[in-house]
Design a protein around this ligand. Structure first.
Ligand SMILES: Nc1ncnc2c1ncn2[C@@H]1O[C@H](COP(=O)(O)OP(=O)(O)OP(=O)(O)O)[C@@H](O)[C@H]1O
Ligand SMILES: [Mg+2]
Length: 404
């Protein structure tokens, strides 16, 4: 294309215009760690990355050739992002689907689509969609007030999970109610009395939590990663073990359910599907995330093609990569903040001295209790070996304060 131009001409072309002429431009709504790892994969494939975030110092902003500061829900900010991108994708499901429709109305390519995001971002609508597709989910019910919660508990049994329909993450939109006496306090705690929409789910007595990453291409091609075990404390994921130590039939069933769930919402891109495995060996869908997912971070070092690279490939309409693991086992341990401080890591030198530990620091300006600040991945011949290496390195890193 540029055969007839020399550098003098290129020097004159406005940088954004030149980038548009040469590289695919990947627009990402959100600038957190998921955007950062997606951006890294995109940069490797020659993309220019554009990020929309509410501040200019997000983890992904450093990697972006252009960073737009604005509200994700603002159609104006979204159009600004889209007008500088060849394709727009999302790092979270909290962007109002009605605002996203503005992009599609103006013909900007968006993956996953606004209608997929609409089906997924409302957890009640998501559960209804999965159930309507004949997929197994815990029993759930819509509720409009405390009396409905009490009645639902009597029907579904106590304890009962009260959940926010939207904008919930890391368990922050969940309350476990042990009896009708707790319904009013739980309702208030989640903001039900201030008009926040909630719903309830039966308490699922699962043995193990599983997760699967599925990537769907724009042409319907599908790539499925191995099923992993996620270990949660206080509703937040601490450790991921890959592959999950479950019988082959369970793994096959989990992977099939995950693909069916993404199909039910018409997903394009990498999706994280969370499942419960009961003591009886039944697999139920918990929820899906229309984006790359914490349970798939191990794929960066652990698989031939990571969930991030496959996401970039999918949204750009490129062929998908191989999802097979490169070692018998992999483990990922999240680095969580403990208190509100500046987000600089302390102890990273000692963590890096652990052989086989892959340390990832997200570069967040602020740490906070249970905030995801980084992670460590390790590969091994066995799960025990991989977990031990990752945990040893992870225990050496904390955020804020000074070195002891
Ligand atoms: N119906 C249920 N029965 C028992 N435990 C549940 C149920 N639903 C959720 N949990 C527990 O709470 C955790 C978080 O719930 P959920 O995945 O619905 O919320 P979330 O805030 O979107 O979480 P995350 O962002 O970590 O995925 C689950 O991983 C599981 O440990
Ligand atoms: Mg979840």
């Amino acid at each position: 294309m540029f055969e007839n131009y020399d550098r003098d001409v290129l020097d004159l072309v406005e940088p954004a215009r030149l980038a548009a002429a040469i590289n695919p431009r990947l627009g990402i709504v959100g600038g957190g760690q998921l955007a950062k790892m997606t951006a890294l994969a995109g940069l490797q494939l020659g993309c220019d990355v554009v990020v929309l975030e509410r501040n200019s110092y997000s983890p992904a902003a450093n990697l972006a050739s252009h960073s737009i500061v604005g509200d994700w829900d603002s159609p104006e900010a979204l159009v600004k992002l889209a007008s500088r991108s060849d394709v727009v994708t999302l790092e979270n499901e909290f962007v109002d689907a009605r605002s996203l429709r503005a992009l599609e109305d103006f013909g900007y390519p968006l993956y996953p689509t606004a209608s997929t995001i609409a089906l997924v971002q409302d957890k009640l609508l998501q559960k209804e969609t999965l159930a309507a597709a004949g997929l197994p989910v815990p029993r759930f019910q819509a509720v409009a007030g405390v009396a409905d919660v009490e009645a639902a508990g009597d029907a579904l049994g106590w304890p009962l999970l009260l959940k926010a329909r939207r904008n919930a993450y890391d368990g922050k939109g969940n309350v476990t109610l042990h009896s009708p006496a707790e319904a009013a306090a739980g309702w208030a705690r989640l903001g039900g009395d201030r008009g926040r929409a909630l719903y309830v789910e039966e308490f699922c007595r699962f043995d193990t939590e599983l997760a699967v990453i599925v990537t769907c291409g724009r042409n319907g091609e599908t790539a499925t990663y191995p099923v992993v075990e996620t270990v949660q404390h206080h509703h937040i994921c601490h450790v991921v073990r890959a592959p999950a130590p479950v019988p082959t039939e369970v793994a096959t069933q989990a992977e099939a359910l995950a693909r069916a769930a993404v199909g039910a919402v018409g997903g394009v891109g990498s999706f994280g599907i969370e499942l419960f495995l009961t003591a009886r060996g039944d697999v139920l869908l918990n929820e899906l995330a229309p984006r790359v997912h914490n349970s798939g971070h191990y794929t960066i070092e652990g698989c031939l093609c990571s969930q991030f690279e496959n996401h970039v490939r999918a949204v750009l309409g490129w062929p998908l990569g191989d999802t097979r693991m490169v070692a018998p086992a992999a483990a990922m341990v999240n680095l969580l903040g403990t208190q509100k401080t500046l987000g600089h890591p302390v102890g990273i030198e000692r963590a890096l001295a652990v052989p086989g530990a892959h340390v990832h620091i997200y570069g967040k300006a602020m740490s906070g209790p249970e905030r995801k600040m980084g992670h460590v991945t390790a590969l091994g011949d066995t799960l025990e070996e991989a977990v031990a290496t990752a945990q040893r390195a992870a225990a050496l890193v904390r955020f804020g304060g000074t070195e002891r």
